[in-house]
Ligand binder design. Structure first.
Ligand SMILES: C[S@@+](CC[C@H](N)C(=O)[O-])C[C@H]1O[C@@H](n2cnc3c(N)ncnc32)[C@H](O)[C@@H]1O
Length: 527
């Protein structure tokens, strides 16, 4: 097997089409040299002296994608990369040749990027919906049916290479379990119930975002039914868009998650922070995440980045990517992308996976473990009645209510500054001493005018922090002993045992990060 030969993905998600090639392929005769031994793509770009061969990879949808990019959009043959299965992560991008630091990996022509600029000309009044909605709608209207390729004349070969389903993603469980009658497997319900409260809360926010987008698309379709002429995947009716109980919403999960898990930032609007600055980028979107930024693939700065102004050309600029500037990669090495400095909670909820770590890595602080303790601290406020409500009002006014986290890295493990601020105030409200002076002193700590409220307050909040750590540990201990699943029974698809391992690690992370912070408190570490 060569380094780029296709294997079926094993373990985790996503599931990607590996079947037959598109029946609609049109080959340009002068480009194609069919091999006698197989019917898989093999062609020389004879019209271009600098071109190299695009050799068959036994991965038909991928070959179709490359053919579309090279023949249809004039992309230079990407010699350094290929996709193949990555254990526990679906497919990944791999080095097809040795890659010294800063190797130019590939350039995606602007017209092959799926975003606001390339889709808007095909939709009426496209500015009425967000880029996320527009891309998701286009995917929905062109979802491949069964084993067939997407029939979309614009992006068909790209859509055909996207994951066929997102059954291992927690949003998919939530949407299916919320339908009547529940459309999810019993193991999915159990997985949802086994999550830490902060994961459940973040997942619920993701679900809200998903529903808002669905509602906006429904509104858009009812005002612009002619947008449905872009449909090449059956013909969804206008009524299907108006009914959140219609099965179409399950297809929309597929479309929306493709956008949410695969889009990359791309400045297309005048404002750098505009939420529509995103694009689906073929090839790049097969790069899996690394938490190590220095080993990440990165985009080459374009004029857009340098001038911080969007490209004036209608489709935008081409998009070039290079390998890490620090490391060399041998042939066969996986090439990763850094998705951002995300906690495991964010990775799990948004992308459906977590960074794996050993217990030693969490305890030593070499792994960036994080625990959200909002659901433990909030009751500490509510349990003191009016005083707690007043304290909450003050924290709200100052912008410090909620989003309270503990961290293992860099060592020594520590509470976030927001936790310290909240606990200091809580201890003012639970102390017998008059509050007015203490609250003034607390405000001064926020302004950097003093470093503590008082010695007593310092001792008190550290004790409360230790109590909070204990509460996290006790809850996690119960969950680690009995995660609540059918781990050993083999129930569910291949990804289910993998997901139970993720959830087991999530609880271990809760336990050991809290333990590491408790140790820091006992060691009198200064935070
Ligand atoms: C941009 S796609 C990357 C390509 C993807 N693996 C595929 O087969 O299409 C992002 C998705 O890949 C998976 N993924 C990415 N990085 C991962 C990692 N480090 N571990 C496990 N899964 C990962 C997750 O399912 C995530 O939602």
């Amino acid at each position: 097997m060569t380094n780029c030969e296709l294997r079926s993905p094993v373990g985790g998600p996503p599931v990607t089409r590996t079947g037959a090639r598109s029946p609609k392929r049109v080959r340009l005769a002068s480009f194609v040299v069919p091999t006698p031994t197989n019917n898989i793509l093999s062609f020389m770009q004879v019209s271009d002296a600098s071109a190299t061969s695009l050799s068959p990879s036994n991965d038909a949808p991928w070959d179709d994608l490359l053919e579309w990019l090279v023949e249809g959009h004039g992309m230079k043959v990407p010699e350094h990369i290929c996709r193949k299965a990555s254990a526990g992560a679906g497919f990944g991008l791999y080095a097809a040749k040795p890659c010294p630091p800063s190797t130019s990996l590939f350039t995606i022509p602007a017209k092959a990027l799926m975003n606001l600029r390339t889709l808007a000309p095909h939709y009426p009044d496209a500015s009425a919906i967000s880029a996320t909605c527009l891309i998701a709608l286009h995917l929905l209207l062109n979802r491949p049916q069964g084993d067939s390729a997407s029939l979309d004349p614009l992006f068909g070969p790209y859509i055909s290479v996207l994951p066929v389903d997102f059954s291992s993603h927690p949003l998919a469980w939530l949407v299916r379990c919320g339908r009547e009658p529940p459309g999810c497997a019993p193991c999915e319900e159990k997985l949802l119930q086994a999550l830490p409260p902060s994961y459940t809360k973040s997942l619920s926010s993701l679900y809200d975002r998903f529903l808002v987008d669905w509602k906006n698309i429904s509104k858009y379709i009812s005002s612009h039914p002619e947008a449905l002429r872009n449909a090449h995947a059956g013909s969804p009716s206008i009524a299907a868009f108006q009914n959140s109980k219609d099965p179409l919403i399950v297809d929309f999960v597929w479309a929306w998650l493709n956008v949410n898990t695969r889009c990359i930032y791309r400045q297309l609007k005048a404002s750098r922070s505009h939420p529509d600055n995103l694009t689906l980028c073929p090839i790049l979107d097969f790069a899996n995440h690394t938490s190590d930024f220095s080993s990440s693939i990165s985009p080459v700065s374009s004029l857009t980045d340098i001038w911080q102004a969007p490209s004036k050309s209608p489709a935008g600029d081409d998009f070039t990517f290079i390998s890490s500037s620090k490391f060399s990669y041998p042939e066969g090495a996986e090439l990763f992308l850094n998705y951002g400095a995300h906690s495991n909670r964010t990775l799990f909820v948004e992308y459906g996976f977590i960074n794996r770590a050993t217990l030693d890595e969490i305890l030593e602080g070499s792994f960036s473990g994080e625990v959200d303790v909002e659901d433990i601290l909030q009751p500490m406020f509510t349990s003191i009645g009016d005083a707690g409500r007043e304290a909450r009002m003050i924290l709200d006014e100052e912008g410090y209510w909620g989003d309270w986290t503990l961290h293992s890295c860099p060592p020594p493990a520590y509470p976030s500054y927001r936790v310290i601020v909240a606990l200091r105030l809580l201890c003012i409200f639970t102390a017998p001493a008059p509050r007015e002076q203490a609250i003034k002193a607390w405000r001064e700590t926020l302004l950097g005018l003093r470093d503590r409220v008082s010695e007593d307050n310092e001792t008190a909040w550290r004790q409360k922090l230790a109590i909070c750590c204990r509460a996290v540990m006790e809850r996690a201990e119960i969950r680690c002993a009995s995660p609540g699943g059918n781990e050993g029974t083999g129930e569910g698809a291949g990804w289910v045992p993998w997901m139970w391992q993720n959830i087991a690690q999530v609880w271990q992370e809760e336990y050991y990060v809290a333990k590491a912070v408790e140790i820091s408190v006992m060691n009198n570490e200064m935070f």
